[in-house]
Design a protein around this ligand. Structure first.
Ligand code: ADP
Length: 478
């Protein structure tokens, strides 16, 4: 029998996306549909979501609140981009221009605690009483934005089982402690064992301490979260909850990211097909011929992603005749540093967010670089594998789990699919770039790695089964 699950998230591709979270939330319903999970997605009604819903014929009102944190709320039931969605229509919280998290000044919206508490409040209500004709047996909460779900559900006396997936432990969703009452939370939970975190309220910690089961997006990151280096101050909480924690690897959307059918590139199903895409990329950016590999990066530009290390190690790549093309946006200092580096004729930096260009870079590049200081799973190295674009990655999180390093042993056995480096420093990265260039010059070795990469499973099949099994263990209706 199928199991009913409500996925609760602040982003969902293709409707609204700032990072990998959206890709995962958008991919899960179809992936899990294949293993008998009936999933709907609860999403805030930001302008693009409301517009997509209206375009799809609007939605049916299935739930209402007269006043939730300062205004009325309706929940609309509809289908958007093939996904069954429940949209929280709350103009006072979500109807504003620009980024979904940041105001025009580049800072978090001051009422972010209320905006995502509202999402969690509605999720808990649906988990308790359901909507006409449908009641979830599991609430699958994603990141801090859904962290308060178990608290609100407990206040109602329970309902569905709860799962919380940590996509990135760096974001806690803090709120000043004086908002506890306004956010309708129980003061008794404002302790070190509850949602108190260094004098603040932490929405993520609320979820971590109360949810039935915890997952994160790779087995290695699950282990890392238990350590001070990666736990972001919550490693003690994670150690307490170790028995409830598991790591389930993200997959990619194999339709959107299929080199054989990708409409945004010159399609190919063998590594040789990359040549036309590389030539097109050179033309697009006026990149001259070079003897080394053309390396690409598609990334948010933040400290997490280690692009400052890449800039430091860049001379090692240029010295070998390599080239670099970066697509990214984020911290102004990194954007400026990349623009400055792009003065070099073998370096290109495109600052911005561009889906089409991300496909062209990954199809046309020889290697994709992911030098992250931490990486819960990472998607671009998976796109790289599928497109025969050799990943050079830091040995951390999901990057450790998805790339087979070209060690002497792996090369001897012919199983390598990329290059890993450790520790995550500019020096180690420069050495890894050198190794990458050695491999590039050994045409047979490179071709073998490309074949291995393209044959590696990077879809959702295995992980969908793992989630379905977890849901069955967690399912509850009262
Ligand atoms: P994170 O979620 O930490 O940003 P992931 O690797 O898990 O990192 O996911 C990032 C997603 O966002 C990928 O789908 C990637 O292709 C996409 N992406 C990141 N930056 C850009 C950009 N500037 N333009 C287009 N796509 C981007």
């Amino acid at each position: 029998m199928s199991i009913a699950v409500l996925s609760v998230a602040s982003e969902c591709a293709p409707v609204v996306k700032t990072g990998g979270l959206a890709d995962v939330v958008g991919a899960l319903p179809a992936a899990l549909g294949a293993v008998d999970v009936d999933m709907r997605v609860l999403l805030p009604g930001y302008p693009p979501v409301m517009a997509a819903l209206a375009e799809a014929g609007g939605g049916e009102v299935v739930l209402q609140e007269d006043d939730l944190f300062g205004g009325p709320v309706r929940v609309l039931d509809g289908r958007v981009a093939g996904i069954l969605m429940l949209v929280v229509d709350a103009p006072h919280l979500y109807d504003r221009p620009g980024s979904i998290y940041l105001g025009p000044d580049g800072r978090d919206w001051p009422d972010n605690p209320e905006r995502f508490a509202a999402l969690s409040w509605i999720a808990a209500r649906i988990g308790h009483e359901g909507i006409p004709g449908w009641k979830p047996e599991v609430l699958h909460c994603h990141d801090w934005q859904a962290g308060l779900v178990p608290d609100y559900l407990a206040q109602r006396g329970g309902g569905a089982g709860t799962v919380l997936t940590i996509h990135n432990m760096a974001f806690h969703g803090p709120a000043p402690a004086d908002r506890i009452d306004r956010l309708r939370l129980a003061r008794a939970r404002y302790t070190a064992h509850g949602f108190e975190f260094w004098g603040h309220l932490s929405a993520l910690k609320a979820g971590l301490t109360l949810v039935d089961r915890l997952t994160t997006v790779s087995p290695t990151y699950a282990g890392e979260l238990l350590t001070p280096d990666f736990g972001m101050g919550l490693d003690g909480v994670m150690r307490d909850r170790r028995a409830a924690l598991s790591g389930i690897l993200n997959g990619i959307d194999e339709e959107a990211w299929n080199p054989a059918t990708d409409p945004m590139i010159a399609p190919y199903d063998r590594p040789a097909g990359k040549a036309a895409n590389k030539a097109a990329l050179r033309r697009e950016f006026g990149l001259p011929e070079s003897k080394g590999p053309l390396c690409v990066v598609v990334s948010r530009l933040t400290g997490q992603k280690g692009l400052d290390l890449l800039l430091e190690a860049l001379p090692a790549l240029l010295a070998r005749g390599g080239q670099l093309a970066v697509l990214g946006s984020g911290e102004p200092a990194l954007e400026d540093a990349l623009r400055a580096a792009a003065q070099h004729r073998h370096v290109v930096a495109h600052i911005g967010y561009d889906e089409g260009l991300s496909h062209r870079l990954i199809a046309g590049g020889d290697a994709i670089l992911v030098p992250s200081r931490f990486e819960p799973c990472g998607l671009t190295q998976l796109y790289g594998l599928r497109y025969g674009t050799i990943p050079l990655v830091a040995l951390t999180g999901g990057l450790a789990d998805t790339v087979i390093n070209a060690s002497p042993a792996a090369m001897a056995m012919g199983v390598a699919s990329g290059v890993q480096f450790h520790p995550v420093s500019a020096g180690a990265l420069a050495l890894a770039i050198d190794r990458l260039c050695d491999l590039w010059e050994d045409r047979k070795a490179w071709a073998r790695m490309q074949r291995n990469a393209m044959a590696q499973p990077v879809g959702w099949q295995g992980s969908a089964r793992a989630y379905a099994a977890l849901y069955r263990e967690t399912a509850r209706t009262a």
